[in-house]
Design a protein around this ligand. Sequence first.
Ligand code: UD1
Length: 422
Amino acid sequence: MDSILVRGNGPLNGVIPIAGAKNACLTLMPATLLSDEPLTLTNAPRLSDIRTMTQLLQSLGAEVTSMQSGQVLAMSSHDLTNLTADYDIVRKMRASNLVLGPLLARAGQAIVSLPGGCAIGARPMDLHIAGLEALGAEIELRDGYLHARTPGRLKGAVIDQRFASVGATENIVMAATLAKGTTVLKNAAREPEIVDLVKCLRAMGAQIEGEGTATITIEGVDRLHGATHPVVTDRIELGTYMIAPAIAGGDVELLGGRRDLLGGFCDKLEEAGVHVEETARGLRVAHATGRVQPVDVKTEVFPGFPTDLQAQMMALLTTAHGTSVLEETIFENRFMHAPELMRMGGRIDVHGGHATVTGVEKLKGAPVMATDLRASVSLILAGLAAEGETLVRRVYHLDRGYERVEEKLSAVGAKIERIKGE
Ligand code: UD1
C-alpha cells in the first residue's frame, strides 16, 4: 500500500484548483438509474470511490464511460439487467446504498447489501428505510441484504425525518421524483450536495422545490429524461486545502472556492486568525507563519461546522496558541486521528464526544497510520507544519477522496511525495 512522505518546510504559496465534489458525484451517479436516457456529469473528481460507484452501476446494467481523463462521466441506464447491489462492492463504500431509492422507483425492486461497520461509527440505515417505507415500499432484511419492493408505483407522502441525514434525504428525494403524487420531506438535509442533486434532477425533468431548506417538496412525474450536469465544487477538499496555508503559513488561492459552500467552517478559520478573502477565481487564504488562535468547534449538520473537516481542524489546532475544545456530534467514533496526532507531539485529551487540544509550539514528524479518509489528510496537514519527516502509511483511504494530493500540495511548495508500496 502506498505511503505519503511529508517534510515540514515553511510557507506555501500559489494556486490549488479544487475538484468536483466526491460526495455530490456519488449521489449524482445513481440518479442515472432513474431514467432510460443518458445522464452526463462534467467536473467529476478522479477518485477511487468514483470508480467503485462506476463498477456498481455497471453491475446493474448501466453503461458508464469515463472521458477527458475522468472529468466527464457519460452514463446510460437504458436497460437494467440486475437489481442487486452486492456486498463485495457495498462494503467498500457506504455510498453504494444510494442506488436503493432510484432502483426502487424505476424498477419497483432493489436488493442492496447493508454496508456493515465503518471505522467512524455504526451508521445504520433506519432513516433510509423509514422514508422509503413511507413512500409505500416493503422492505425486509434477509441474509444481510435489504430486499425492497413496491407493489406498483411509489406513492407521495409526508415524511418527517428524526435526523437530517444526508444519505437518507438523497435516497428519498430520488425515489420521490417518480412517485405518484406529492412528497413533503421535513427535516431534510441542507448540504450543498443535496442542492446539487436537486439541480440535476430538475434538469432531468423532476419537479422539486425547497432544496437547501429543511423542507423539500417533490411532485412526482411519470418519467425523467436525459441531462448534462456539472458537479458542484468539493467543499471538503476546499476546506482541507484552506487549512494548509493556515497551518504552514503562506498565501494560497483556491480556484473554484466559494464561501457559501463552507457554512460555519470559514467563520472558525477567521476566528483562529486566518485571513480569508473572496477573489474573482475563488478564495484566497493567507496566514503569516506563526501559531493560530485557539477556537472551540462543534460539528453540526449544514450550515454548521462539517464533520468531514473536524480532523483537519484538529490538526490545525494542535499548534494553536492555547486550548481548544472540539465536539463531534455527527459520528460517535471520529477521533481516531487524535492518537496519531499525539505521536507527532499533539496534546489531545479525548473524552467521549469531546477532544481538548492544547496547542504546542511545534509538532514533530513521525511515522503515522491513516485510519479513515479525513483522518489521513489531517496527518498530512500536520506533517506540513512538523519538524522533520512525517510518513503517513496506508493512504488507501486518502485516494478515495483526494485527487492527486501530492501534486496539488507540491505545486504550492510543499515537500511531499508518494512512496509506492507493494
Ligand atoms: C454523508 C457523507 C459523509 C459525511 C456525512 C455527514 C456522502 C457519500 N457521505 O454521509 O462524508 O460525513 O454525510 O455530513 O455524502 N444515521 C442514522 N440512520 C440512518 C442514516 C444516518 O442514524 O438511516 C446517522 C449516522 O449513523 C450518522 C448520522 O446519522 O451518525 C449522519 O449520517 P448521514 O447524514 O446519513 O451521513 P451519510 O449520508 O452516511
